[in-house]
Ligand binder design. Structure first.
Ligand code: 2BA
Length: 107
């Protein structure tokens, strides 16, 4: 058995967990924070048999594809004025760890 830890953006967390649940994976979601950006992200935990790992990763990848979005950004000038302009940012993607499970018990 394996434990899959997938860190995804908060925007993708719902679609990742819905798609996994639909395919009969058991899913736990944790609210986590990235150490570099210190922004919220979601860690999805899935315990599954070895033969299902590739399918699980495939679903996570499909629901959290890296993409570019245009978001508004604001710059301030010393004279007390602000300007708003669109910037391209990369969103999505997943960081996935697969661990061996020594024991799995439900009491
Ligand atoms: P990603 O590499 O896609 O990582 C996204 C989030 O996944 C990370 O959020 C962190 O929460 C988790 N993560 C990634 N690799 C990990 C690992 N080896 N162990 C544990 N957790 C891991 P953040 O830490 O906020 O990083 C956001 C993005 O900033 C990263 O995207 C990467 O592009 C960049 N980044 C992270 N650390 C960096 C560093 N030391 N120097 C430069 N850029 C960094």
């Amino acid at each position: 058995m394996k434990l899959i830890l997938a860190i995804v953006s908060n925007d993708d967390a719902s679609s990742v967990s819905s798609a996994l649940t639909k395919e009969n994976f058991s899913v736990t979601r944790l609210a986590t924070t990235g150490g570099f950006l210190r922004a919220g992200n979601t860690t999805v935990i899935v315990g599954t048999e070895d033969e299902n790992v590739d399918h699980c990763i495939e679903i996570i990848g499909k629901e959290s594809q890296r993409r570019t979005e245009i978001v508004p950004s604001t710059a301030s000038y010393d004279i007390g004025r602000y300007a708003s302009f669109p910037v391209e940012v990369q969103v999505g993607g997943a960081t996935i760890f697969v661990l061996d499970v020594e024991q799995f018990t439900k009491l």
